[in-house]
Design a binder for this molecule. Structure first.
Ligand SMILES: [Zn+2]
Ligand SMILES: [Zn+2]
Length: 84
């Protein structure tokens, strides 16, 4: 893929919407493997950055670089569903 960074003329709105959707997808994905959903809560900072598989390899939070004292498995999918 060529890395031409030409920002489109005309379809700005569509492009922006697509970008937002992509960012949301990435927020859901584990920051280490990008394959599994994030489901491990880092304590004490409270960020959710990795899946349970990758959490064992992460000693510092990937967002705030705080040392991780404890981890808690969360069920994000269930949490989302409860809202509806
Ligand atoms: Zn992972
Ligand atoms: Zn953090």
């Amino acid at each position: 893929m060529m890395s031409s960074s030409s920002v489109g003329e005309g379809d700005d709105g569509l492009a922006a919407a697509a970008n937002v959707a992509e960012e949301k997808m990435q927020l859901d994905e584990c920051m280490v493997c990008s394959d599994q959903k994030r489901d491990m809560l880092s304590l004490p900072c409270g960020h959710i950055t990795t899946c349970s598989g990758c959490a064992v390899r992460v000693k510092k939070c990937l967002i705030c670089r705080e040392y991780i004292d404890d981890k808690k498995k969360v069920q994000l999918m269930h949490a989302y569903k409860l809202h509806f």
